[in-house]
Ligand binder design. Structure first.
Ligand code: GLN
Length: 563
């Protein structure tokens, strides 16, 4: 039976529970332990697939086609654990399953209640992770913040779980905030005390506290937190703000969180080394030799989490080229006239990511035309590829009004359209082309040079596809179809002849990039951006270290379709 770790959060949201969970998993993996990660999300959507990015951030897709929380992206980037449907459980799924059983008559005669029916279902899902696979440790991250109404059933289930498996087989780690009050010049422990108090009220005494802080927590403060929160002083772990999220496993290890975990879970302690991670990831991320500016053109660029995996993959591409990638976020709605193209000054690569809905499309098309004509390295992903096809049809093939039928059903040139099997789909949830599909790559293409393989597998999340009726016209005009599905029916990758690097893909390569194994397309895109910058004798940008804050939902979002 595996050991179980539950990670909860307190005081405020966005403290980085996902990164903390992934970092702990990384440290344990370095000891040779086999670790699984799971996210328990309290909302009632069955999955985040139907949510607006402003509500939820990016929807992360696994090989088996599950649309999941973006924390699973952190899990995959930091560790070797393979993730699928069972690694993201939502209240929506739990209730759906319990109500289905009730209708079937499974509980005949009984009153169906949150306790025990919902909590039992949650405990089953926690056990499911290791049902057919051997793991030493299962880490379950509970979404939300202690004190939320929504997360109560998950916390109650975790409490019962511990009672059933015992203290030596389970552990509670609570992530809190120790704010620095500038006027007083002091770090404050009260919010942490209250948050732990809230957990105790529902019967959970955390074993380890991870304290987010901007300043050093001295031993006196650690002792105070330990005393009032009823944990051992060694179990108060400082998590100071870091320049790169990839430093977190190193800072946690310096704080010896692993010693406390092993001691409490009675796991034999082996030091384990994060040397390679430090050398190949952290040192490279913190001290790059070069730097290059890349524009990401989308309609959700004001929200850091909307393109999380894209931004991380660009960083990975940077690490692979010993370069910092300075990301210039350009709102596609702010690209209109020729003057607005000045935003691209100093940009050596343009990336158009995935998306849904017509808003901002014309700006994306303009950005792509600019990249195509000025021979700036271009990388299109999913909707980005669809836009590249539309732009090419309109401006290189003179097909006025060419479009995707997602945006204009009556377009004279539907270069992107729905496959027959999608035409009768009525339900919006989980009905796109989702998950891993094979793709065959033609020789002598940029794609083949990057992957160095004839067949690859990549993850998809879209309904619309390149319309095969236009294949010949595109090819004749120099748009190569460099990747197609094994049946030959679906166009998966396109690239432009006579351009140094113009490549677009129907899938989402950003879900498979790792800091110590950059995705080949991101690696090559960044390399070509650096070449472009050098050829032009352009001044490399100064790397910035901080990410932009979240903003509220703009008016236009209401009623827009996102799936
Ligand atoms: N909206 C497009 C489609 O459904 C692209 C989706 C995406 O970029 N993920 O096909």
């Amino acid at each position: 039976m595996p050991k179980h770790i539950f990670v909860t959060g307190g005081v405020v949201s966005s403290l980085g529970k996902g990164i903390a969970s992934a970092s702990i998993a990384k440290i344990l993996e370095a000891k040779g332990l086999k670790v699984a990660l799971q996210k328990l999300d309290p909302y009632l959507n069955v999955d985040p697939g139907t949510m607006n990015p402003f509500q939820h951030g990016e929807v992360y897709v696994t090989d088996d086609g599950a649309e999941t929380d973006l924390d699973l992206g952190h899990y995959e980037r930091f560790t070797h654990s393979t993730l699928g449907r069972e690694n993201n459980v939502t209240s929506g799924q739990i209730y759906h399953s319990v109500i289905t059983k009730e209708r079937r008559g499974d509980y005949l005669g009984g009153t169906v209640q949150v306790v025990p029916h919902i909590t039992n279902e949650i405990k089953e899902r926690i056990r499911d992770v290791s049902r057919n696979k051997r793991y030493d440790v299962v880490i379950s991250e509970v979404g939300g913040t202690a004190g939320d109404i929504e997360s109560l059933p998950f916390l109650e289930a975790a409490r019962q779980f511990r009672h059933e498996v015992g203290r030596e087989n389970s552990l509670f780690i609570h992530l809190t905030l120790v704010p620095f009050i500038r006027a007083a010049g002091e770090l404050k422990t009260k919010p942490t005390q209250h948050s732990v108090g809230t957990l105790r009220e529902i019967g959970i005494q955390p074993d380890i506290l991870i304290c987010r802080t901007e300043k050093k927590l001295d031993q006196g403060l650690k002792d105070k937190i330990a005393l009032f929160c009823n944990v051992e002083p060694e179990a108060v772990i400082e998590a100071r703000d870091v320049a790169s999220i990839y430093e977190c496993p190193l800072t946690f290890k310096d704080e010896e969180i692993d010693k406390v975990i092993c001691q409490k879970l009675k796991i034999e302690y082996k030091a384990g080394s994060l040397h390679d991670w430090k050398k190949n990831v952290v040192d490279k991320a913190l001290h790059p030799k070069h730097s290059v500016r890349i524009a990401v053109v989308g309609k959700y660029i004001d929200l850091q989490d909307a393109y999380k995996s894209i931004y991380e993959s660009l960083k990975h591409g940077g690490i692979a080229n010993d370069a910092a990638v300075v990301i210039k976020k350009i709102n596609s709605e702010h690209i209109g006239n020729a003057r607005s193209l000045e935003q691209f000054k100093g940009v050596s690569g343009i990336l158009v990511p995935g998306g849904f809905g017509v808003r901002g499309i014309e700006g994306k098309l303009r950005a792509i035309q600019f990249a195509r004509e000025k021979k700036i390295p271009f990388f299109g992903i999913c909707l980005g590829m669809q836009c590249a096809a539309i732009e090419f049809a309109r401006n290189a093939l003179d097909m006025k009004g060419a479009h995707s039928t997602e945006f204009n059903k009556k377009t004279p040139y539907p270069v992107i359209s729905l496959l027959e099997e999608q035409q009768n789909v009525k339900n919006m949830g989980g009905t796109m082309r989702l998950g891993a599909y094979p793709c065959q790559i033609k020789k002598d293409t940029l794609a083949h040079k990057a992957y160095k393989a004839d067949e690859i597998s990549e993850r998809h999340r879209h309904r619309y596809e390149f319309n095969n009726e236009y294949r010949e016209k595109f090819q004749k005009a120099g748009m190569k179809l460099s990747g197609v599905s094994p049946s030959g029916k679906l166009v998966e990758m396109i690239e432009l002849e006579g351009h140094p690097w113009f490549l677009a893909v129907q899938f989402h390569p950003e879900f498979k990039s790792k800091p110590d194994g950059a995705h080949p397309l991101f690696r090559e895109f960044v390399r070509h951006a650096l070449l472009y910058q050098n050829e032009r004798g352009a001044k490399p940008p100064v790397p910035e270290s901080h990410e932009s804050p979240k903003i509220s939902v703009p008016e236009q979002e209401k009623g827009e379709i996102h799936a």
